[in-house]
Design a protein around this ligand. Sequence first.
Ligand code: SAH
Length: 348
Amino acid sequence: METIKKKDIRALTKEQIRAFFVAQGDKAFRGNQVYEWLWQKGAHSFEAMTNLSKETRHQLDTNFVINHIKVDQMQRSSDGTIKNAVQLHDGLIVESVLIPTKTRTTACVSSQVGCSLDCRFCATSRLKRMRNLNPDEIYDQVVAIDNESRLYFDRKLSNIVFMGMGEPLMNYNNVLKAIDKITSPEGLAMSPKRIIVSTSGVPKMIKKMADDEVKFKLAVSLHSAIDEIRTSIMPFNATFPLKDLREALQYWYSKTKSRITYEYVVWDGINDTQNDANALVEFCRFAPSKVNLIEYNPIDDGEFQQASNKAIDMYVTTLERSGITVTVRRSRGKDIDAACGQLANKSN
Ligand code: SAH
């Protein structure tokens, strides 16, 4: 017997699903119904599509599969943060995090299984990059967190940050498609202004984002504005040096007029001097900027240590004096390894 390789129907556009029905001698309109089941009602089986005839459902079943992520394990932190270990259709696992505050629920989602970059302070970099996530695997993480937000906090998801596993700009097309769906009225209808894509800084892709006139916000994980130091903690900086990053960001700002956020951890003995803070001010002077000083989340080996409060205060004073907005961020979900840089599938 011939076996048909079934396609994942969620990889098709609405037009393609409509075309499938037309090719079968049916009405294009069926495609709209199926699309709505898939994306608005989150159907996990063709069986569930109850306004379609039995024959139509059977026909879909013989041609397609619906690949869905599965929340394999959910952990709750004492501070309310939730971490999902998410199983993909091929058995691989990624993690995503729900971060509640008084007024907001933020989803922190993954864009790749593992990561191809090699930031020495990040747990995810210890995992090999296995593959890119496809658009619906990214979208599903967001839907899962939206559902959890409604269930546990009685409100819908308000913000999304691409700060989970992976480098989103190394999986740019799929991230963009996922965001299209997240912001579309046929998906979650969220405003792109509530979405932040965080990158270690891939200059070519930052320029592409500017050319594509994307409407979401950009955050850059800088951690040092001195090449030698940045390369020692983020070795890919040797390939994408600060000069190129800055030029790309200048291009981004000239096109989008959108403020740039920098993420920055201050480590003891690495980037905690006045000289380091001055270099940061110099680096971000060209555009309205905001610096988030984020707390370091230890990843076991003790090589990196959070700098003293005095060093943090020095950064705050230096930045403020130069008119740069600065916030000091406390980590969430540390007790369940859900904080920045701690995502490494440890619970498995
Ligand atoms: N690859 C993207 C998104 C993932 S990392 C990026 O680099 O931006 C999300 C944020 O967590 C980045 O700012 C990253 O530098 C930071 N981070 C990584 N490891 C960390 C750790 N151990 N403690 C605190 N922040 C960390």
